[in-house]
Design a protein around this ligand. Structure first.
Ligand code: ZN
Ligand code: ZN
Length: 171
């Protein structure tokens, strides 16, 4: 099966990801704001979750002794499958507490944040997304989406219950 949302590997390799060049970093620290292509996440279940745009980042990077400290926020627009009704819906994922420290005592000149961004976003993906707080979900019997209207199952189940009572013999 081919999906229009799966980006071929050669496209992923063409992107240049978020890197900080230590010798160029301002001594008082520097703000890095931009976007990374969603392909970075390598989400491979597009029918359940996919990015609907790039991953936005807003970082402040500063050298403290032999450490590079990067803190800031990340956000991404996602399309995810509702855990109740199984419909896809759009949502925004925002991470405000991104924080990483890198030990530079080995003389490292470039810090690549790609894996850290990827890891952070994957960690924050919603585990049980719900399209709206009052999503009615699917009927457990016929599987119809109850947000689009009630099915007949409830009424039938109620009828069965009462007919069962009707058959009870009272001693
Ligand atoms: Zn739903
Ligand atoms: Zn039903």
């Amino acid at each position: 099966m081919t999906s229009p949302f799966i980006i071929p590997l050669f496209d992923i390799l063409r992107f240049s990801f978020m890197k900080i060049e230590i010798p160029k970093l301002a001594p008082e620290g520097e703000q890095f704001t931009g976007a990374e292509p969603a392909a970075l996440l390598q989400l491979d279940v597009p029918e359940q979750i996919r990015a609907e745009g790039p991953i936005q980042y807003d970082f402040f990077a500063q050298l403290l002794g032999h450490e590079l400290v990067v803190r800031g926020s990340l956000s991404a627009d996602l399309a995810v499958t509702c855990g109740r009704c199984a419909e896809m819906f759009s949502t925004n994922m925002a991470i405000s507490d991104f924080l990483r420290t890198f030990d530079l005592s080995g003389g490292q000149e470039i810090v690549d944040l790609t894996d850290d961004i990827r890891e952070e976003v994957l960690l924050h993906l919603p585990h049980y997304p719900v399209c709206k707080p009052d999503c009615q979900g699917l009927c457990p019997q016929c599987g119809c989406n109850l947000n689009q209207g009630a099915c007949d199952c409830k009424a039938q189940a109620a009828d069965l219950r009462w007919s069962g009572l009707d058959g009870l013999k009272l001693k």
